[in-house]
Design a protein around this ligand. Structure first.
Ligand SMILES: Cc1cc2nc3c(=O)[nH]c(=O)nc-3n(C[C@H](O)[C@H](O)[C@H](O)COP(=O)(O)O)c2cc1C
Length: 331
């Protein structure tokens, strides 16, 4: 593990050596990957919805805690506006019983999850794509916030602003620590996030070539080759923006949206919008043109398959060098 470089309110609150969250990634944030991040000094989150049942999640969580070797691991709860969140309740009880105390919430307002986590002695950091949603979560008692801008991989919401604009507008309005995410793929950017007042960076796409992610080799090869123009945002016309890898599927979706000129509905795209479509065709079978796969322009900085620890070490060495370079330029 790279020696700690920075101490911030979030490194203290989450008990993590580095001010670095690895955002929960549906399908990828499983035991080996999350534990590898934890052992490297970052804080990563298991995603219960990656598993077929709460029982399967419980088994994977136990494996993760074992592999993490005493380093803290967290659990991500994506709260849906459209579907039942019952599985989150079951998985929260499993996580609590396993002794997990660090949680990332995302999607809809965390609401009654906040007192449940606090009653169990835990801390919760809520990820928002809008300043007003972050303020509401702060008002309702979350311990910390993450803001992700429109450049983020996955679902950045319909907010049009980059993360640094969200951060600069949010910080004067809250006392709790804030992490910045979206499009960050280098240690310089991590250092830049801290310089802008964030207490940590949140990074996901940069880890898509991590050797511990359990997907077909074609996936990692394609991600390692991808550059900054290989990410595009689709489904904005459905108010369900999804930032994904540029491939035949995402270009087909973008074209269809353009053809339907703002009148598209989910039915126009069929099975392509189901998470399972990419998981079966691309993650498992290796057909990288079949499916929508979350990915931001930060993929440009993931140019080879590496262990999570090599990625974290590289980010922290770069961040340290950037901080020293800035100090050297300060009068
Ligand atoms: C492959 C992938 C899967 C993701 N799945 C989830 C998820 O299940 N839950 C969630 O809260 N965020 C999810 N995200 C969003 C990330 O946690 C994070 O907020 C975002 O990707 C940060 O931007 P970056 O990818 O530019 O680093 C996903 C992102 C990626 C790249």
């Amino acid at each position: 593990m790279h020696p700690p470089v920075f101490r911030t309110r979030l490194t203290e609150m989450f008990g993590m050596p580095h001010p670095l969250f690895v955002g929960g990634m549906m399908g990828h944030s499983r035991a080996k990957f999350v534990a590898a991040c934890a052992r490297s000094g970052a804080m990563a989150f298991m995603t219960p919805k990656s598993f077929a049942s709460p029982e399967a999640f419980g088994e994977a969580l136990a494996e993760c805690i074992d592999l993490a070797d005493g380093h803290p691991v967290g659990v991500n709860f994506s709260i849906s506006r459209f579907h039942s969140n019952e599985v989150n309740d079951a998985c929260f009880e499993i996580a609590r019983a396993a002794g997990v105390t660090r949680f990332e919430t995302a999607g809809n307002h965390p609401g009654e999850m906040i007192p449940r986590i606090h009653d169990a002695g835990g801390v919760v950091i809520h990820k928002s794509t809008q300043v007003r949603h972050a303020l509401k979560a702060a008002e309702d008692g979350v311990d910390a916030l993450i803001v992700v801008g429109m450049e983020a991989g996955g679902h950045p919401g319909i907010n049009p602003h980059p993360g640094h604009i969200l951060l600069s507008n949010l910080l004067p309005q809250v006392d709790i620590p804030v992490a910045l995410g979206g499009g960050l793929g280098t240690g310089r950017q991590l250092c830049g996030a801290l310089a802008q007042g964030a207490d940590a960076a949140l990074i996901a796409t940069r880890f898509l070539t991590s050797s511990e992610i359990e997907v077909h080799d074609n996936y990692k090869t394609r991600m390692a080759e991808a550059g900054m123009d290989d990410s595009l945002a689709v489904l904005h016309s459905l108010k369900d923006t999804w930032r994904v890898l540029r491939n035949k599927t995402s270009e087909w979706v973008a074209q269809k949206e353009a053809d339907l000129a703002g009148k598209a509905s989910r039915d126009d795209f069929g099975e392509v919008l189901m998470g399972n479509y990419a998981r079966e065709n691309a993650y498992k079978a290796g057909d990288m043109d079949k499916g929508l796969m979350s990915c931001s322009a930060a993929i440009a900085h993931a140019d080879k398959v590496q262990s999570a620890s090599e990625i974290v070490d590289t980010l922290m060495a770069e961040a340290r060098a950037a901080s020293l370079a800035m100090q050297a330029r300060t009068l």
